[in-house]
Structures are given as structure tokens and as C-alpha cells.
Design a protein around this ligand. Structure first.
Ligand code: FES
Ligand SMILES: [Fe+2]
Length: 459
């Protein structure tokens, strides 16, 4: 942290209107500085525990110039090492062309250049012609560089800063809020990645607010008004939807359809969501919604429709061995629909499924990023579908996500316009954007949001 570490985030609610200078999105100098000031200082979500289920299984994670090997060294132990050979600096494990990361299983890691060999503990156990070094090759000189690693929520987290504090301190209130959803039990339904022509912040911010839904996803307007809130929690934020009028917030994260007959509109919204987003729901929920019209009389009020839908879907899943955790309604309401984990990970949680986004730089080019989305749900034991990270062209993503994607390069272009005066996030619905930039400024030493003074002429 630097001088700006004393920047105070103005109040828990971050409700004051601010403007964010475009620098953080478009400046090459800022993008280059991120490597040392940001990416080498923060805890990053680098994979899932189930990606490396057996001893010897490994994956790599790449963030700018750094590549990290995550390897399971015992049934209950995962280690992380810098993916670089201490001999002459070759990457130990190559990422296959076109793949998101390397993965495999190895008892020992052998460098492809001169064959130095490392065990799971990162110790060098073979050096050809070692005597030539006249005895100076101590374990300190030959072992792999360690990276801090921990796990939470089913994810493996790494921190490249040798001086970093514990993950639990970094996550703050997040585990308390999300542990009841048992995210570690969920498995991927699909996971896709893509390279975009925009800064990583532009990509993430397209999903960290609900303000865009009405305009970017107009089809959802037919199902009700999507008014959402955002709250700041130090480094992190969360967002959620306000409960529709006359209903408490016990939504189990699920929206019920509005209009004359909530039985029908809920089913319509579920089918639409399944077909066009393939996120935020499961086949069990869709099927239970389709039965509402047969199981409930016409005129059933919306709260009872919601209750019946969730009760029957929960029972359907239980019959196939899928048990949703029980979360207190007040806790569900407080937890909202998604958490933005600083700096680049979003968890859209629910009791039986989740949708996660992340974005990271693609090289040091401020105009490019790697964007990833992963959808999870609960499966009966042993019935989890095998999935891989699939590089997917924009036109092959679910249509609702394509609507979001259509804004990204266009935002990046606009941010570079000489006529742009800085972003003006909605102080209620887009506080997660302001929070991201307040926190980025603490690490980067520049780019803090500026309050917008009252008193200008009203437009
Ligand atoms: S660079 Fe790895 S063995 Fe030489
Ligand atoms: Fe969207």
C-alpha cells in the first residue's frame, strides 16, 4: 500500500454522487503499474478445489507476467509455486496453445530445458551434473518459489505478496455472508472464457450493477421492475434486488413473475432465463415453475406462488439426492444476489446454483482483458458433468450475456474520447463501481473517485 492507503471510503453506504476519472480504464501507464501495485498484492481466486481432486493433480493460473502452479500434495493439502525454473528461468509448465491454463497430474515436475526435477514440496530432487556447481546449489537456491495459498468457498486463492495477510482478513464479512449457501458443494454446469477489447474493469462493471437491466435486457421488463441496490463492505461490495411491492425479501434469490397471473409469468420467466441466459436457475426450478398452473388455482397470490414453487422444487431435488441448504430469510435478503470480491471476482450466489464472473488483464494493454463466466449448481453425488474452460466467441454465448458484451468495446471506446468527463455511477444502484475505484486508488495511488459538488444547474 502507498500514500493513498489513508483514503477514507466515505461512509458504509457510499451514497454520495461521485465521478471516476477515465485513467484507470484507459491509461497505459496505469495498466503497467497494476502488475506491481495491485495484482502482486491482492488475494486472487485461481481455481476450484475440484479442479485438482487427487494428489499430484495441478493447474496453472496466469496473471500478467506471473504464472503460478497449484498442486495437490496430499488429500488435504494444496501448494502454490511460481511457475519458473530456478536454473535459467524457463516456465516449468507450458500452457497449451489456445488453452486458458495448463492442467495435468505429475508426481514430480521436470523442467523441459535441462531436466531439473522438483517434488510436490517444491524441493529440487535432481540436477544433472550437480557437482559442476562446486557445492553451492543449496535448497534455498534450487527450490521453487512459494506462493501463499488458501481456500474458501471451494475456490483456491493465491497471493503473490510474500508479506500478505491471511485470506480470512482480506475477505472480511464475505464468508459470514456466503458460507450458509455452501458454495463449496456446487459444481460447474458450464464455464467459458473470452478475450474482450476492453479494460478488465469495464467487463466486470457490466455485471456488478442492476441499473443496466432495464435498457440492456429489455425482455426482462415484461417480468417486473428490476430495481436493485448496492452496498459497500470495505474492500468488497454486494448487490441485490428490492423485493417487489407487497412481498418480503424472502426470495431465495429467485424472482417471481409479475402481472395478472404469477403462476404463468414465473414459468415464462424461468423458461426465458434457462434458454437465453442458462444461468441463475436450474432445470429443477424450471420444471417446478412449469407445473405451477396445474398445482395452484387461478388467482393464487404471488407470495403463495413463490412459496409453493420453492417448496416443490426443493422437494424434487431432494428426491434425487440434491439437498439445498436452509438459509434464514433475513440472511438471504442481506446477502443480496451477488458479491464483488475485490478486485476482480463476482460471486452470484443462491442456495442451489451460482454464476461467477472474473476478468483480468490480457497483457499490459489497457484495452484488452480476459473475461470468464462459470455457472454452478448442486448435483447428486457422482453425477457432476465433466466440464472444461471453453474459449467461446461472443456470438456463441447465451443471448442475454451477448447483450452485456455488446456494451463493452463501445464503453472502452467512449472512455477514451477527448470529450468524456469521467464516469458518473448511480449512487444507489452502482455503488459497487465507486467502491472498486476507491479501493483501487488505495493500491494504485491514483484514480480515486471525486465527489460531485452540488449546485450546478439542473438539466
Ligand atoms: S531452465 Fe530449467 S533446467 Fe534449465
Ligand atoms: Fe446484464
Amino acid at each position: 500500500m502507498n500514500d493513498m492507503s489513508k483514503i477514507a471510503i466515505p461512509g458504509e453506504t457510499l451514497g454520495a454522487p461521485v465521478t471516476v476519472p477515465a485513467e484507470a480504464y484507459v491509461s497505459s501507464e496505469y495498466a503497467r503499474a497494476e502488475r506491481d501495485k495491485l495484482w502482486r498484492k491482492v488475494w486472487l481466486q485461481a481455481g476450484r478445489m475440484e479442479d485438482i481432486p487427487e494428489v499430484g493433480d495441478y493447474i496453472t493460473y496466469e496473471i500478467l507476467d506471473d504464472s503460478v502452479i497449484l498442486i495437490r500434495t496430499a488429500p488435504d493439502a494444496i501448494k502454490a509455486y511460481h511457475n519458473v525454473c530456478p536454473h535459467r528461468g524457463r516456465r516449468l509448465i507450458d500452457t497449451p496453445p489456445g488453452a486458458r491454463n495448463a492442467k495435468g497430474k505429475k508426481a514430480n515436475l521436470v523442467c523441459p530445458f535441462h531436466g531439473w526435477t522438483f517434488d510436490g514440496e517444491g524441493q529440487c530432487i535432481f540436477i544433472n551434473h550437480q557437482a559442476d556447481w562446486q557445492g553451492v546449489l543449496t535448497p534455498e537456491r534450487t527450490s521453487l518459489g512459494k506462493v501463499s495459498v488458501d481456500n474458501w468457498g471451494g475456490w483456491i486463492w493465491i497471493n503473490l505478496d510474500p508479506e500478505c495477510g491471511p485470506l480470512s482478513d482480506y475477505l472480511g464479512p464475505v464468508p459470514d455472508m456466503l458460507d450458509p449457501f455452501r458454495l463449496e458443494n456446487m459444481r460447474n454446469r458450464w464455464r467459458k472464457w473470452i478475450v474482450f477489447n476492453c479494460n478488465w474493469k469495464v467487463a466486470l462493471e457490466a455485471f456488478s450493477e442492476t441499473y443496466h437491466v432495464q435498457t440492456t435486457h429489455p425482455e426482462f421488463n415484461a417480468f417486473g421492475e428490476f430495481r436493485g441496490w448496492a452496498r459497500n463492505h470495505g474492500l468488497h461490495t454486494n448487490i441485490g434486488y428490492e423485493a417487489p411491492k407487497g412481498m418480503d425479501e424472502n426470495q431465495a434469490k429467485l424472482r417471481i413473475g409479475s402481472g395478472e397471473d404469477p403462476r404463468l409469468s414465473t414459468a415464462e420467466m424461468q423458461v426465458f432465463t434457462w434458454e437465453n441466459a442458462n444461468t441463475n436457475t436450474t432445470m429443477t426450478l424450471v420444471n417446478a415453475a412449469l407445473r405451477l398452473k396445474d398445482e395452484l388455482p387461478e388467482g393464487t397470490p404471488a407470495p403463495q406462488v413463490l412459496q409453493h414453487w420453492l417448496k416443490t422444487a426443493r422437494a424434487d431435488d431432494e428426491k434425487r439426492g440434491v439437498v439445498w441448504p436452509v438459509v434464514e430469510p433475513t440472511h438471504t435478503a442481506k446477502s443480496g444476489t451477488a458479491w464483488q470480491i475485490f478486485p476482480n471476482f463476482q460471486i452470484g450466489h443462491a442456495v442451489n446454483n451460482m454464476l461467477c464472473y472474473s476478468a483480468r488483464p490480457y497483457g499490459a494493454d489497457p484495452d484488452m482483458c480476459i473475461f470468464e463466466a462459470a455457472v454452478y449448481e448442486l448435483y447428486p453425488n457422482g453425477e457432476e458433468p465433466p466440464t472444461e474452460w471453453e474459449y467461446t466467441k461472443a456470438e456463441d454465448w447465451p443471448p442475454v450475456l451477448q447483450q452485456d458484451f455488446a456494451n463493452m468495446a463501445a464503453v472502452q471506446q467512449g472512455l477514451k474520447s477527448g470529450g468524456f468527463r469521467g464516469t458518473q455511477p448511480n449512487p444507489y444502484m452502482e455503488r459497487s463501481v465507486a467502491s472498486l475505484h476507491y479501493n483501487l486508488a488505495k493500491y494504485m495511488g491514483t484514480g480515486a473517485p471525486e465527489p460531485i459538488e452540488q449546485g450546478g444547474a439542473e438539466v
